[in-house]
Write a protein that binds this ligand. Structure first.
Ligand code: ZN
Length: 115
């Protein structure tokens, strides 16, 4: 299961950071997940609840922020939201996307470490 290995690496990264900072527990992990990251939010939440058992993160909450897909529009010359994930065109002028700036994120943005 794809999400379980991701959840386990999140736990590992957070536990390593906790050790480094000398805290007692991690209250929350804040994660940014793009709409095109290939990760299902609910599956990742349940996988995280499994992965955190018997670790320093056993009471840790996983806060997932979903990131919409955005493109750099060659016509508008700026970042635009797309029409829909199935129709990746500029939501304003309708130009085809050549470059995406958001949507594939899967990153830890913050850890709430308790001392
Ligand atoms: Zn445009």
């Amino acid at each position: 299961m794809h999400e379980l290995s991701i959840a386990m690496s999140i736990v590992e990264i957070a536990a390593a950071e906790l050790r480094q900072q000398g805290g007692t527990t991690v209250a929350a992990v804040h994660l940014r997940v793009g709409a095109w990251s290939g990760v299902a939010r609910e599956a990742l939440q349940s996988a995280f609840e499994l992965a955190r058992v018997d670790t320093a993160l056993d009471r840790c909450q996983l806060q997932i922020e979903e990131v919409a897909v955005a493109m750099h529009c060659p016509v508008c010359q700026c970042e635009r939201a797309i029409v829909s994930p199935d129709d990746p065109r500029c939501g304003v002028c309708g130009s085809a996307a050549s470059e995406f700036v958001h949507g594939r994120e899967l990153e830890i943005v913050a850890l709430e470490i308790e001392t």
